[in-house]
Ligand binder design. Sequence first.
Ligand SMILES: Nc1nc2c(ncn2[C@@H]2O[C@H](COP(=O)(O)OP(=O)(O)O)[C@@H](O)[C@H]2O)c(=O)[nH]1
Ligand SMILES: [Mg+2]
Length: 103
Amino acid sequence: MYTLLSGLYKYMFRRDEYCILILGLDNAGKTTFLEQTKTRFNKNYKGMSLSKITTTVGLNIGTIDVGKARLMFWDLGGQEELQSLWDKVRWIDVITEVVFSFH
Ligand SMILES: Nc1nc2c(ncn2[C@@H]2O[C@H](COP(=O)(O)OP(=O)(O)O)[C@@H](O)[C@H]2O)c(=O)[nH]1
Ligand SMILES: [Mg+2]
């Protein structure tokens, strides 16, 4: 009975999860894009002031829920050392690239 109920619960409330890798060079606006997206889609999320965003060291992960889907954004720092990781990523569902530079 427990298995049946927990299976039903999982079926009703499960979310499809997708990983989205945000790629781009330093200062392209990746972290700003992620902050804006989180602010727009997560009702209770108080976005960080855009002027406070500093260079991402390593990795920054943000999750948003859209309908029945859960999107997990990976904001990978654009430093040269990390660029070698880009082509090693195999399990990512979507790769989005931020190509604009403001400097
Ligand atoms: N004018 C303008 N500046 C932006 C925009 N997006 C990001 N920036 C600025 O560009 C700089 C780098 O942004 P950041 O998100 O840290 O880039 P990242 O290194 O790719 O994560 C910051 O000073 C941001 O305020 C935008 O859409 N318009
Ligand atoms: Mg960044």
